[in-house]
Unconditional design. Sequence first.
Length: 477
Amino acid sequence: MALWGGRFSQSPTDAVFALSQSVQFDWRLAPYDLRSSLAHLSVLESSGLLKKDVASSIRKALNELIAEVGSGKFSYIASDEDVHSALERGLTEKLGEIGGSLRAGRSRNDQVTTDLRLYAIDQMISIAQAITELQGALIAKATEYSDAPAPGFTHLQHAQPVLFGHELAKHVHAFARDLDRINDWLTRTSVSPLGSGALAGSSLPLAPEKTALSLGFAMSAQNSIDAVSDRDFVAEALFILSMVGVHLSRIGEEWCIWSTTEFGWALVADAYSTGSSIMPQKKNPDMAELARGKSGRLIGNLAGVLTMLKGLPFAYNRDLQEDKEPLFDSIDTVLLVLPAVTGMIATTEFDREKMALAAPLGYSLATEIADYLVRAHVPFAQAHEAAGKCVALCESSDRQLHQLTDQELSSIHAELKPDVRAVLTVHGALASRTTRGGTAPSALAQQLKDAQGSLEDAKKRFSAASKEFATMMGSSD
């Protein structure tokens, strides 16, 4: 049923209707539209715009539709333009003409952005909870390998030895920033547009502040034009989801590298691997590759929405219909990838021996020589030069740093004493990195303890948010 048309002498052509129709993708907003309709109904009733018996009939029909939409008994049909027209059709089928009474004081412009905010809030809370599960798997795996030496890398070259648990734990902090962004986003998104009408507010005695609180928003919009045209919350959500995708992609890349024959560090569980249709020996880390690949899709959705938004004038424009599919797709994608990556991480085993043997390779202990000289009050520039000369000598003679003779060491720098060999061990290098955030066992233990505490706080915060939202959605006003 069309929500407009009184001033038109012709109906839309099939091509126009096909281009305009959005119900095939915006139907997922139906539960949120029905909940916002209940809130709007309460205001219409309390202001005297609807008689109590009429409001009671509409409330009963809305609650019936909530159940029928949830069960699949009621859905859209081919002639519905969008989710709003489909649900109004449902009301009029139950109530006759009074089913259209809810349109008073409300436009699809403020209605759709209210629905979309509610949907996005619900889904972003779910994503936050899934991220905490991933963090839990990372902390558990980092703790398991908190005593395992491995090479640390910069530029994909051996840099300095690290504890492998420290390497894994870096991802926990990246996702913690994503959770912070979601938390901040929830605050900024907690503004209700309902009551803004098409763009100018309403002459009817509505109560936007009351509607906002009923729907769990912190406040109602302060400018009706901004309220119906603002899609910052969509763009920002897409950015957050893109960053989550980038962080998942980095994990995917590392798992792909570590599981190669050349590295041979990671043994990905069979349940999180796939095979080849032609090469029976293959075991591919496809979950890692898909996590890496999906990030491009998430970034593309963000770019598309920003491009759509950049030139829109004044209030609502139909271009804004293009905000939903990218947001829906990004949310679906992230919710699809997170559990798979979480399971892959939790079930991967790493070869401690290979990692430990590789830790000192590539002259990764050269910095220990420089630091040794600094402790002897040698300026770091000179210490760095001397350490580089030690590496050059080892390369030319196919030796390791600890194999240089006393005479060779002193010839490179007078302060290089025989006891320098005491720091030229992986164990010594790791143990010395005790600064906050460092890779020493003591520093890593504190890091993981703090990360677990932050994780527990995040779980409580988003669990409470989820329960509050569910309570709001379950209210019949």
